[in-house]
Design a protein around this ligand. Structure first.
Ligand SMILES: C[S@@+](CC[C@H](N)C(=O)[O-])C[C@H]1O[C@@H](n2cnc3c(N)ncnc32)[C@H](O)[C@@H]1O
Length: 278
């Protein structure tokens, strides 16, 4: 295992995540023995703006019924379950972190969605799939942990069918300097690999993907961080919890504050890029 991948795994893995999710669900009045995928929106989206961001990504993606979709860097499967139920397609989720795959499988089975979604532990830079085997590759807040972005794009182009799409919600380097650490996806810059929006588009074009649309998510993110601060000030709980907050390491709030401050100062930006394989 390369140094970067093992640092990323060390960052995300945390034994006991399943139990902490069940405890949270019980606390908010949801029975883990009788779950729907909608119940899980409260705590299964590992990115800012929770299920709203996932819905928006699906709306822009062009994913249609019957497609074979790869959720690359699927975390605990929040996007996979939403894509499957919203668009009636076949979903495969892969993630570097074995514990997330175990939790994704368990939650998906408990929601009765096991027939339409499968999960595997795998590295996005070396995927166990045949050439041209997917109609769509989806990635939501994953690329900032991947150093070899040219290799990533080549691998995605390889597994996409001609005309297939890659939709990628990306946190990127802003114009105003480096972000503040620790951040939710990295404690330090050694395993956070941010490129600018222009650089990411150029990498996609060079790797055989034609960028068809870029959606700026900055305003929506800034509003999310502002609302979070207001809710905290008035003692209200957040509308949903990022499952990274359940880690036994207890500094998630500091990480979110750093992400918010970095976004406010133009050190971090986010866009959704839709690209197509010619
Ligand atoms: C911030 S989480 C986002 C998870 C999920 N996409 C979501 O939005 O709920 C980033 C995920 O990327 C995964 N990841 C990072 N590098 C990866 C790689 N090289 N291959 C596969 N997964 C990777 C991590 O294990 C982690 O689950």
């Amino acid at each position: 295992m390369a140094k970067v991948e093992s640092a990323v795994q060390d960052h995300y893995k945390d034994d006991g995540l399943m139990e902490r999710i069940f405890a949270f669900l019980e606390k908010i009045g949801i029975d883990p023995g009788n779950l729907t995928h909608e119940d899980l929106y409260a705590c299964d989206q590992m990115h800012a703006r929770g299920i709203a961001a996932t819905r928006e990504h699906v709306d822009y993606s062009g994913i249609a019924p019957g497609m074979r979709v790869l959720d690359l860097g699927c975390g605990i499967g929040g996007s996979s379950r939403y894509i499957r139920t919203a668009r009636d397609c076949w979903v495969t989720g892969i993630d570097l972190t074995q514990e997330f795959i175990d939790v994704a499988r368990e939650l998906t089975e408990r929601c009765g969605l096991g027939d339409g979604i499968e999960y595997f532990q795998a590295n996005a830079l070396d995927m166990p799939f045949e050439d041209a085997s997917f109609d769509h590759v989806w990635s939501h807040n994953v690329t900032m942990n991947i150093e070899d972005k040219a290799g990533l794009v080549t691998e995605i182009a390889r597994i996409l069918k001609p005309g297939g799409r890659f939709s990628c919600s990306e946190i990127e380097q802003g114009p105003s300097g480096d972000p503040f650490y620790p951040l939710p996806w990295a404690s330090e810059p050694t395993f956070s690999f941010l490129v600018t929006p222009d650089e990411m588009c150029a990498l996609q074009s060079a790797g055989g993907l034609r960028v068809v649309e870029q959606i700026d998510l900055n305003e929506a993110n800034l509003a999310f961080f502002r609302e979070g601060r207001e809710r905290a000030k008035s003692g209200k709980p957040p509308q949903n919890i990022n499952p990274l907050a359940f880690k036994s390491r207890d500094d998630f709030l500091e990480r979110v504050r750093n992400a918010g401050k970095s976004a406010e100062e133009g050190r971090l930006v986010e866009q959704l890029i839709i690209a197509e394989k010619s």
